[in-house]
Each structure stands twice: as C-alpha cells, then as structure tokens.
Design a protein around this ligand. Structure first.
Ligand code: PEP
Ligand code: MG
Length: 590
C-alpha cells in the first residue's frame, strides 16, 4: 500500500479502481516549407483552427449547462485569437515554418510574456492546451485522450487538461479524481467542487504509483490518497464515507429550519461562492443568502478583462437564482498574485501590497466597469455591495464616492437602479477592527474576513505551510479583534457577519454566537453542521464558554478548553481530524 497526502480540493470519499488518464502532449513536427507552399500551409492552419473551435463547441454542447461552459468558451476564443493566428501565419510566410511549428512557437512566445505566477500560470496552461488541440488537428491525431472509463472509476492523472476534466467529470463515470499537480484554485479543482466529485490535487507521484485497475481510496476532505489499500484501510474509508453520508442526511433534515438557539437568538447562515453555478448547492444546504461572492473568479481563465455585460450577467444570474434572498457581492479582491491580464506585480510583499480595494482605487476604470454592472444588476434581487480589505476610513469614503459617481452616470443614461443598495466592508486588518466604531458610522454592514485577519494579526502568511501551525483562530488577540468589531457594529446599529473559514467550523460556532455575530457565511456544505450546533445551544451557555476561554492566556489553553467542551457536547460534529482539515483549508485558500 502507498499513502500520499495532497491538497483537499473537493470533499467526499471515493473508493474504486484506478483509471489513468494521460495528458497527451502533441508531438510537433518541425520542417521548412517551399515558398510555393505558403498559401496551402496557411489554409491547413485555418482548417485546423476551425476544427478546434468546432470540437470545443461540440464538447460544450454534449455537456450541457455548467461551470465548464465558460472555460470551453474561453478556449474557443483562444483558438480563434487573431494575435495567435496572425503570428503563426507570419512565421509561415516569413520564416517558411510548417504550420505545427509556427503555432507552437507563437504560443510559446505569448506564454513567456505572461509570466509564471498564480493566476497567469493557469492562463498559460489553457493556452498550451489550445495549442495542443490545434497541433493534434494538424497532424491528424485524435486531439484528446478523452476515452471514458467503461465502469465508474477513480481518475488519476499527472495533470488534466480543463476540457478533459470537464468531459470526465460530467460523464458520471468519475467516482473521484486525483492529480499529481494543481492547486485548490486550478480549474480541475473548481470543476470537481462544482460537480461534487471528491478530488485531491497536488498529490505528488500518484500517477506514477497508481496503475490501471489498482484499488484506490481518496478522501477529498483531508487530502488522503491510498493506493492498493489493505482490507482494514478500505473499511476505514468506507466507514468514514457511510458516517459522512449519514451525518449529512441527518443534518439536512433541518434544512428549512432557522438557525435559532434554544433561548431564541437567531443567527443567519449564508454561503460563500465563487461561481453562479454554486447557487443550487447553497439552496440545497439551507443557505439563507450569499454572504460572499468572490468576483475575482470572473477574471480567471481569460485573455481579456471581463466586460460590464459579463459582470452584469453573472450578478443578475445569482440574484435571480437566489430569489430575493440577500446576496453580498464583493468587489474584486485582485492584487498580489491574483492579477488580470496586462497587469504585472513586482511587489516583494504582495499580501501587504496593492491588493483588494487599494488595487481597485488605483485602477478606477476597472472598478467603474464592475460598479456599473453591480448597480444595473441591483434590480434583480436583494443586492449588497461589499468592499474588501478596507483598512482606513479614507478608503471607504473614496470607494463610496466612486459608487455614487457610477450611480449618477447610470441615472443620466436612464438606467434603472434599486432605490437602496447597502454598502458594507470587510474587516480584514487589525487596524480596521480597532477602528470599527468609526468605520461603522459610514457603512451599512461589516463582514469579518478571518482568513486575512488572522494572517495580518498574527503575522502568518496564510499560504505558507511552514507557519501554518501558528495560524490559530482562537488566539486571544484574534478574539479581541472580533470583539472590538462587534462592539463597533452594535454601537452604530449595523449588522455584522463573518465570512472567513472560521465561520464554517462547528467547533467555533458557540464562540462566535457569544461574540455576537449576526450572520455566519461559509462553504455551502458546512451550513448544516453549524446550524445543528446553534439550534442545540443557549446564548447564556455560550457566553460562559467564551468567558472561561478568554480567561486563559495562551492559545493552547484557549483552544484546548473550547475544543474539549465542544467535543463533549457535539461528539459527532466536532472531531479533531475534521478540525485539522478545516484549518488547513483556511490557511490554503489562495
Ligand atoms: C477572508 O479573508 O476571510 C475572506 C473571506 O476573504 P478571502 O478568503 O477571499 O481573502
Ligand atoms: Mg480576504
């Protein structure tokens, strides 16, 4: 048996036989053509490109609606990209390269210009994939290794082309998915989550170790992958799966009930989403609203910045599908390593650099496009606008002025806008939490972003595994910052929510109840467990738990006390393993 640990990318347990998928890179023949062959070579290239566009449209059609649509559309646009086509044709004309060679060279040059970090690495992978497809067509090979397993199987690959991942996941034959490569924000991981297929990415050498037909067990919640597990291990995974299914089914019985404590305190439970396609999952898990839509995902996987119309379509779709329930849309949290095409960062310290609201204020045109779309979409439901990482009152005023100016512009154009659109801010820096009373006077709601707040308060890079053990939500300093935020909100009479990963961990639910948060927003799948805890608790007990916890000084003592109490009261919901996984998740979000 071999045991591997990767990045948990989509929860759930899968046990089955390995179906290896080999991402076939196209072999590129290189030769020079004769001058009198130029026109026929160009015609050959045009034909291969048209073929690629047609293939992508067919795949899209065969898969129906879903997250893959946008990705496949983007690939279609890339295949037809005039810069690429003209570049390749120029190489054919001027250097007499054959079409395959010319295509590969122009794509390599485009790719090199993009840089290698984060989001742009994804973009390069897309471009490579499209190039492979065209070259495969030129040499007359079947472009994709999209051979589907005959029986339901666990797909294991070094890496998966996005189109392959979409086909495999939508085939209904993928019990689970493991890749050697990739991150939580890679397209494969995002698709797996959207299609609810357990998935582990970045699992090292899984594709070398796991051979076709081997038994494999995958836990997408913890990142554990076992190749050829023995009977006992299989039993352990099967039990984990059965328990999880049973727990989920039992928790979902409360889906339509409110999260109200035994002594009558109501807490709203909202969901965090990255794609409009996640809305059905929000409703299926009993989400009463969307507490955070991370709009930076609109910028992924594309050549150009999203247009106002594209922003508008996504927002209107979410608002419509949420049927008048509150939808908090966060303006883009770009910056650092999450940069749109055409912007480059050379910042030595991106987390402390030009990101989130600082980035949008520096790029008013980009901000204006999003604001116009938001305001226009406001007539489709209960929209609230949220500004990320506001650290100072001045930033809030400036951003609000931009919103007002976009509103005036739209009104001059005769566009309809909702009468009232609440504007709130994320509290993600210690300074904002400490100045919450003043910030609260100038906005409509707060949402505490603990993923960043913990990073900035404890000086822990949330993406750095070396210091992940120091990432502790129950640190007294963090609790006091949350307390200060709640006090500020209450004094001004505005609502306060929490949308960091801390909000979705049932182990923290009573601490957050006692701290006085009105709303908790989390991954849709976490809602039922948090609701169960809240529905079985009393505010007075929660306060006692918090007071006792905050009387300790060290984080070990506080955490030890809270976890012991919560495990005693909710043995099914608060487990040491589950907690470890959720903390890792928080530290690894981006
Ligand atoms: C946070 O920082 O807690 C948050 C919700 O924002 P993000 O994870 O998108 O930075
Ligand atoms: Mg944040």
């Amino acid at each position: 048996m071999a045991k591997l640990t990767g990045i948990p990318a989509s929860p759930g347990v899968a046990i089955g036989r390995v179906f290896p998928v080999d991402r076939r890179r196209a072999r590129v023949p290189r030769y020079h053509i004769q001058p009198d062959q130029i026109e026929s070579e160009i015609a050959r290239l045009d034909e291969a490109v048209q073929e690629a566009v047609k293939q992508l449209a067919q795949i899209k059609q065969s898969l129906g609606e879903g997250e893959q649509e946008e990705i496949l559309d983007a690939h279609g646009m890339m295949a037809n990209d005039p810069t690429m086509l003209e570049g390749a044709k120029q190489l054919i004309r001027e250097e007499l390269l054959n079409a395959e060679w010319a295509t590969r060279r122009v794509v390599r040059e485009m790719s090199e210009k993009m840089g290698a970090d984060g989001y742009l690495a994804e973009r390069r992978a897309d471009l490579d994939e499209v190039c492979d497809r065209i070259v495969h067509n030129l040499i007359g090979e079947k472009p994709m290794s999209a051979v589907l397993p005959a029986e339901p199987s666990v797909i294991v690959a070094y890496d998966l082309a996005t189109a392959d991942a979409a086909v495999l996941l939508a085939s209904g034959k993928a019990l689970g998915l493991v890749t050697d490569f990739g991150s939580k924000t890679s397209h494969t991981a995002i698709l797996a989550r959207a299609m609810e297929v357990p998935c582990v990415v970045g699992a090292g050498q899984a594709s070398e170790i796991a051979k076709a037909g081997d038994l494999i067990a995958v836990d997408g919640g913890t990142g554990e992958v076992l190749v050829s597990p023995d009977k006992d291990e299989v039993l352990r995974f099967e039990m984990a799966r059965a328990e999880a299914e049973f727990r989920e089914a039992s928790l979902l019985e409360d889906r339509d009930l409110p999260a109200v404590t035994l002594d009558g305190r109501r807490v709203c439970l909202y969901a965090n989403i990255e794609f409009p396609e996640e809305v059905p999952s929000v409703l299926a898990h009993g989400g009463e609203g969307v507490g955070l839509y991370r709009t930076e995902f609109l910028y992924l996987n594309r050549e150009e910045l999203p247009t106002e119309e594209e922003h508008y379509t996504a927002y209107a779709a979410i608002l419509e599908r949420m049927e008048k329930k509150p939808v908090v849309i966060r303006t883009v949290d770009l910056g650092g390593d999450k940069l749109p095409v055409g912007h480059r960062s050379h910042e030595p310290n991106p987390a402390l650099g030009l990101r989130a609201v600082r980035f949008t204020l520096r790029h008013p045109q980009l901000f204006r496009t999003q604001l116009r779309a938001l305001l226009r979409a406001s007539t489709h439901g209960d929209l609230r606008i949220m500004l990320p990482m506001i650290a100072a009152v001045g930033e809030l005023r400036e951003a609000k002025a931009q919103i007002e100016s976009a509103r005036q512009e739209l009104l001059r154009e005769g566009k309809k806008i909702a009468e009232r659109i609440p504007v709130g801010i994320m509290l993600e820096t210690p300074a904002a939490c400490l100045a919450a009373d003043r910030l609260a006077r100038e906005c409509d709601f707060f949402s505490v972003g603990t993923n960043d707040l913990i990073q900035y308060a404890l000086a822990i890079d949330r993406g750095n595994r070396e210091v992940a053990y120091l990432y502790r939500p129950l640190h007294l300093g963090v609790l006091r910052l949350i307390q200060s935020s709640v006090d500020g909100a209450k004094k001004a009479g505005i609502e306060i929510s929490m949308c960091g990963e801390m909000a979705g961990d049932p182990a923290y639910a009573l601490v957050l109840l006692a701290l006085g948060l009105d709303t908790l927003s989390m991954n849709p799948a976490d809602i039922p467990a948090v609701k169960r805890v809240l529905r079985s608790a009393r505010v007075a007990d929660a306060r006692q738990l918090l007071d006792e916890a905050m009387s300790f000084s060290s984080v070990d003592e506080i955490e030890g006390y809270v976890l012991a109490q919560m495990q005693k009261r909710f043995p099914q919901l608060v487990t040491p393993a589950g907690r470890a996984a959720s903390e890792r998740g928080a530290a690894e979000t981006y």
